[in-house]
Design a protein around this ligand. Structure first.
Ligand SMILES: *Cc1c(COP(=O)(O)O)cnc(C)c1O
Length: 473
């Protein structure tokens, strides 16, 4: 008997209902397994059975074997996981596992009624403590110690000199473009496959986006396409490290040097990813992060710009705070914004940052579990994790699926497992279409791509279930 909880599930058939109910109360699973004096399984009793019996007879001293179900679902200990998972239904969430002599050796539980969201923020460290501390300090708005520390430590973690914390990842991109003085006729090259915030920021800066195709293997912006799209008006490139995969930063920085272009890295989905042993977000002139609740680390809503350039940092600090002079209060040198982060958010962010490596490790382990359990599903092609010079991080599980994607997603949704389709190519949407330069790979990859959940509820049983659904399509 390896499972220490098993004793709370086993009751002798001669015991009475009160004894059975005490076990149920202890195991918390609404079920006990009934055995005879030989320890062989003879029935299963649920709290519903007891309730119904009480309503009918009002007798609590009845023997367990008078009330138990003699017909029940069980499985042999050697039965395969996939055969086992087929035995579950809406009512049955726990199944006894028996040896050849019909003795209980373990049980198998399926969390069938659990909703599995695509992401759950991992807030189990100092988040609440720091948040409370910030709250009690009364520094709840956009000044305070946590802001300063979070900016410094996050910049340090990525390998940039300075951080400018802002209200979200989208305004981080906007602020970066404004600080680099990009506007009007200036062209900014963006990848076709990304979240729309990337291109929206360019349009809000009143500059002209140029949408280029992605690489087939990394799904990130294709440096060869960047080269082709450059015109005398090109001012900047926004490489997006998509779904945790870093872009080819060597080539992108080489192109930027050749043509004297600015580089703004969109790192909203890739905190901690590395190219050539250097963190994504430490290559460009400015890098932009998001701390939305489903990102790798979160502040609820939030973002940050990082840079090594003091002048750019100072410009961003001023623009973030209404364009107000930092030496002469209420004197405005430029038309600014209120893009500030609060000290409360920074308190959460600091606690998240303390555990970022643990969070990344946990997500990586979940990904490895997916890769091993779904390895026999030949219709599933995992995002590449062995590309030269690149060390991706796990944000969600990103795969290409060669069959009926809509049907699989519907099937999983019916089983309360949330999935996400890839972003639509920007070029496929009427509002952005006119900015398209190239979009071959992005169209096919977007069509096939979907994301699976990465959160603590993902375990072997759930993956066996997902595998079964994939095989059933
Ligand atoms: C999430 C995201 C953003 C925007 O971040 P918000 O904090 O939600 O504004 C920008 N770019 C990419 C690639 C993203 O995934």
């Amino acid at each position: 008997m390896n499972n220490p909880n098993l004793k709370n599930f086993i009751i002798n058939k001669k015991d009475n209902l009160v004894a059975a109910w005490k076990k149920i109360d202890k195991n918390g699973k609404y079920t006990v397994f009934v055995v005879d004096d030989d320890q062989k399984l003879v029935g299963i009793l649920t709290d519903g059975d007891i309730r119904r019996h009480l309503i009918k007879t009002e007798a609590l001293n009845a023997r367990v074997d008078e009330v138990m179900n003699k017909k029940f679902i069980w499985a042999h200990i050697k039965e395969s996981k996939s055969k086992l998972t087929k035995k579950f239904n809406k009512k049955i969430c726990i199944i006894p596992l028996l040896d050849d002599d019909f003795r209980i050796v373990d049980y198998f539980e399926y969390k069938i009624n659990m909703h599995i969201p695509i992401a759950i923020p991992n807030l189990g460290g100092n988040e609440f403590k720091y948040l409370t501390d910030a709250f009690l300090s009364t520094w709840i708005s956009s000044s305070g110690e946590y802001l300063r520390i979070f900016e410094d430590k996050f910049a340090d973690y990525i390998g940039m000199k300075k951080g400018v914390a802002v209200s979200n990842g989208t305004v981080a991109l906007h602020l970066a473009l404004l600080a680099l003085d990009i506007k009007g006729e200036d062209e900014v090259i963006v990848p076709d496959l990304t979240f729309a915030a990337t291109i929206n920021a360019v349009l809000h800066a009143n500059a002209t986006p140029v949408i280029v195709d992605i690489e087939k293997d990394s799904w990130c912006i294709d440096p060869a396409e960047i080269r082709k799209a450059i015109t005398p008006r090109t001012k900047a490139i926004i490489p997006v490290h998509l779904y945790g995969q870093p872009c080819n930063m060597d080539e992108i920085m080489q192109i930027a040097r050749e043509y004297n272009l600015k580089v703004i890295e969109d790192c909203a989905e890739a905190h901690g990813a590395e190219f050539n042993g250097q963190k994504a977000g430490s290559f460009g002139d400015i890098s932009c992060f998001s701390f939305f609740a489903n990102k790798i680390i979160t502040t609820g809503e939030g973002g940050m710009c990082l840079s090594n350039d003091e002048k750019l940092v100072s410009k961003m600090q001023i623009l973030r705070d209404h364009g107000m002079s930092r030496t002469k209060k209420y004197w405005h040198d430029c038309i600014g914004f209120n893009y500030r982060m609060t000290n409360l958010q920074a308190a959460i962010g600091l606690a998240q940052l303390e555990r970022i490596d643990i969070i990344l490790k946990e997500k990586e382990e979940i990904e490895n579990l997916y890769r091993s359990i779904l390895s026999s599903c030949t219709d599933i092609e995992f995002q590449k994790n062995d590309l030269n010079d690149r060390k991706k991080v796990t944000w969600m599980i990103s795969v290409l699926y060669n069959k009926d994607k809509e049907r699989l997603m519907k099937l999983l949704e019916n089983n309360r497992i949330e999935t996400r389709p890839f972003f639509y190519p920007l070029s496929s949407m009427p509002i952005y279409e006119q900015y398209t330069f190239s979009n071959k790979n992005s169209q096919s990859i977007s069509k096939l791509g979907l994301n699976f959940p990465t959160n603590k509820a993902v375990d072997v049983e759930l993956l066996e279930k997902i595998k079964e659904h994939i095989q059933s399509v």
